[in-house]
Design a protein around this ligand. Structure first.
Ligand code: SF4
Ligand code: SF4
Length: 360
């Protein structure tokens, strides 16, 4: 049995005996949050101001900040370090075909949707992705593979026009992908910047994609889905696990909203563009925690909506608060793959190169 030292409790105890595990879970997150000066839980301060940008629905009293660390109550006003005009991010370009979790089926990786959504009738060699890494997150995953997003004070402040300028100067960029952290707390920026980009660049192949935990406010999620849909891009939901107690243990807060948003996007958008999928899910196979039981439940949830939705299982590498866990054992990957295939036709294994480092 694998148990992360930071949690000190196994997946079965978390799922079956949540009341006994609660102390371990709270302690684990408290330590991480304190290190970064972030609230230990989404606040619900009586008489405070409510933020509705994500499912945490923080209610902050004067001087308090939200779970993501990006918004707060300043003298009775809801103020953010970010807005729809300015974001905390860094960006870089990545040559296609990138290690994007969707490139096994998307226009950049395969040429599907050519010529409307891709520059080539095959992998889009010679072109680039603009990767936009947002600081801050509405979850607190102990296995985070991008934990630098928590160093908010080190982030660059970028205006909408700066991002648009990059795309204007480099005509070989064919997709823009917002990730992080997770984009939810900065969705007003991502959505408005993307809208402006699409208007300015009509006729150009420029896909808009979001890679997120999926717990954002539904109206903004729908707007992001519409942008991805019209440009040939896609929404990548990182569904951490199925069991809610396990989600709270691994990620600090519930992830139920991701399921609600996923279903909404699937029903409103996926069926209209099946030949170039605009929606996918991924799950990181955290050793000892995100096992075939979790994967089977997630795959069944997706399959009940539409068995053609692509699903990718990602091999874990030791990181952040779970750096004492190994790379996902090959047997766990095989069991999870078999569980997912019961319900879904398109299942992929991502980060396959790491399997060479795993033990059986
Ligand atoms: S974006 Fe989410 S985590 Fe951040 S303050 Fe708003 S509700 Fe809280
Ligand atoms: S960001 Fe979008 S278009 Fe670009 S490689 Fe990933 S899924 Fe494909």
């Amino acid at each position: 049995m694998l148990v992360a030292g930071s949690l000190g409790v196994c997946a079965d105890c978390i799922r079956e005996r949540p009341e006994l595990s609660r102390g371990f879970v709270e302690e684990a997150h408290l330590k991480v949050r304190a290190r970064y000066g972030l609230p230990s839980k989404p606040l619900k301060s009586q008489g405070g101001i409510r933020c509705g940008l994500c499912s945490n629905l923080c209610v902050m009293g004067v001087g308090e900040k939200g779970y993501c660390g990006l918004r707060g109550n300043v003298e009775g006003r809801l103020e953010g370090l970010v807005s729809s005009e300015e974001a905390l991010l860094y960006s870089y370009i990545d040559p296609h075909v990138t290690n994007c979790c969707a490139s096994w089926f998307c226009p950049a990786g395969t040429g599907c949707g050519y010529p409307r959504y891709s520059m080539s009738n095959g992998p889009e060699y010679g072109y680039f992705n603009l990767a936009v890494f947002f600081y801050g997150c509405n979850l607190d995953c102990l296995f985070c593979q991008n934990s630098s997003h928590k160093e908010i004070s080190r982030a660059m402040r970028v205006k909408r026009g700066d991002l648009i300028g990059i795309l204007d100067r480099n005509r070989r960029i064919t997709c823009i992908c917002y990730f992080g952290g997770s984009p939810e707390p900065q969705l007003p920026f991502a959505v408005s910047a993307s809208r402006e980009i699409i208007e300015a660049e009509s006729g150009r192949v420029l896909r808009v994609c979001f890679e997120w935990n999926g717990c954002g406010e539904s109206r903004l999620v729908r707007e992001a889905a519409a942008l991805a849909n019209v440009t040939g891009g896609n929404l990548k939901f990182d569904i951490k696990c199925f069991d809610e107690n396990l989600a709270k243990a691994l990620c600090g807060v519930s992830n139920r909203k991701a399921f609600e948003n996923f279903e909404m996007v699937a029903r409103e958008f996926f069926t209209n563009r099946r030949e170039v999928p605009n929606l996918t899910a991924t799950t990181l196979l955290v050793p000892g925690y995100v096992d075939e039981r979790e994967v089977e439940s997630i795959a069944k949830f997706i399959g009940d909506i539409d068995p053609e939705i692509p699903y990718s299982l990602l091999v874990f590498h030791p990181d952040f608060e779970m750096s004492d866990l190994p790379v996902t054992p090959r047997r766990q990957v095989e069991r999870c793959y078999a569980a997912a295939r019961k319900y879904l036709r398109r299942v992929n294994i991502g980060n396959k190169h790491l399997l060479d480092l795993s033990y059986m």
